[in-house]
Design a binder for this molecule. Structure first.
Ligand SMILES: [Zn+2]
Length: 314
């Protein structure tokens, strides 16, 4: 009798396990990927973030800056998952970064963004790509919990980019907006981020932070977050871009703009039996592209509101 009961308990346990297993093997296999943070030492000197004024003149900024991190999103066909690369010589812990309302580039709490029209994609014309990026910016601006005061800075007919300049691509090494979409770059640009990166990285956001005279990060508004100086976004021209189909400019712009507005990657990736990647939950801030996605999800919205709901009072 006792043995029977044990067997019964054992069997129902097995059944439960089998059920879970069936669920997982039809939807998701056991292979699970969390976002990895990679630390890389880069001994860059402190950067002078010169701001471009309306007369296209460069003015010095109050503080110096340093490159803190790069966050990149990957194509779904690759075995690679998007990453956060931290270029920090202390290299042990990821810091929280956010803009400080009165210590931004132009010392106003209104958020500004820029869309390059100089480094065009080889597959989507400038007007179409620009409109797609503007729609993405609009989508974040329309989230009702926040007042970003988002304004667009008019494009100038020159390539801009501090990081592009550092990596040897001809650029004005200044900044023109808080969040800058700086165009489509050749493959080589992305090999800097990861070996063979040009074949799997769709886009990247670089975060520069303000530092003091000793080179330490600063937090001027005392919100416990390091102050962002500027965010530079670049797209990989090694991929065939499209408007409303894969690889959709608006989808990737929405993701990068999310980084531009201080959101990190979110969601766990599972590799399904057929080899495709599925995210749980699916979100704009997933580290890998998973088809056209032009509306922000619940978790994206929550992430955004946790950062911006009280702006500019922080
Ligand atoms: Zn990303």
């Amino acid at each position: 009798m006792k043995l029977n009961r044990i067997i019964l308990v054992f069997c129902s346990g097995l059944l439960l396990y089998a059920c879970q297993n069936i669920d997982e093997s039809t939807d998701l296999s056991q292979q699970k990927f969390e976002e990895e943070i990679v630390y890389r030492n880069l001994d860059l000197p402190a950067i002078d973030v010169k701001s471009l004024n309306e007369n296209a003149r460069l003015a010095p900024s109050k503080y110096k800056a340093k490159l803190y991190m790069a966050e990149y999103i990957t194509a779904p066909e690759s075995e690679e998952m998007g990453r956060t690369v931290i270029f920090d010589n202390k290299g042990s812990k990821k810091l929280s970064i956010d803009f400080s309302p009165f210590e931004k580039l132009y010392e106003t709490p209104d958020m500004s963004y820029y869309v390059d029209e100089f480094r065009a994609s080889s597959s989507v014309d400038v007007a179409t790509a620009t409109a797609a990026i503007d729609r993405a910016a609009q989508t974040w601006d329309e989230v009702t919990c926040s007042e970003l005061g988002l304004t667009k800075i008019d494009a100038i007919p020159l390539p801009i980019g501090i990081i592009a300049n550092i990596l040897g691509f001809p650029s004005i090494d200044g900044a023109i907006a808080d969040v800058e979409h700086l165009g489509f770059m050749p493959a080589e640009f992305f090999d800097f981020l990861a070996p063979g990166g040009s074949n799997f990285i769709l886009g990247v956001t670089f975060t520069l932070i303000w530092i003091d005279d000793e080179g330490n990060p600063i937090d001027t508004n005392g919100d416990g977050k390091i102050d962002a100086a500027v965010r530079e976004i670049y797209y990989n021209d090694n991929f065939p871009w499209a408007d409303g189909a894969t690889f959709d400019v608006e989808t990737v712009a929405l993701h990068e703009m999310g980084h531009g507005l201080s959101q990190a990657h979110f969601g766990t990736a599972f590799i399904k039996k057929n080899g495709t990647v599925q995210f749980s939950p699916r979100a704009v801030m997933n580290a890998s592209y998973s088809g056209v996605q032009t509306e922000i999800g619940k978790t994206d919205n929550a992430g955004h509101c946790s950062i911006w709901a009280n702006w500019p009072n922080k």
